[in-house]
Design a protein around this ligand. Sequence first.
Ligand SMILES: [Zn+2]
Length: 89
Amino acid sequence: MAGGWSRDGAVSEQIEASISDELARMKARRAPVGESLTHCAECEEEIPEARRVALPGVKLCLDCQQERDGAFKTRGGINRRGSKDSQLK
Ligand SMILES: [Zn+2]
């Protein structure tokens, strides 16, 4: 019985380790290098502190970031909308 408990613990420890490892990798890939800017690099709009804290190294305000992401999201959105329409019809 006791052996079962320790095995469970070891497994969840392994899972946690791989998750935090994965998170660290994702963060390293996503986060821009350097310090957060207080003002947007594109439009010089002030970047809210909450955004700077949430996204360390952030360089753009929300509007500019969305515009930059838009090129990718719009493509997915059009595809999704297209399949939705065909489902409705
Ligand atoms: Zn901006």
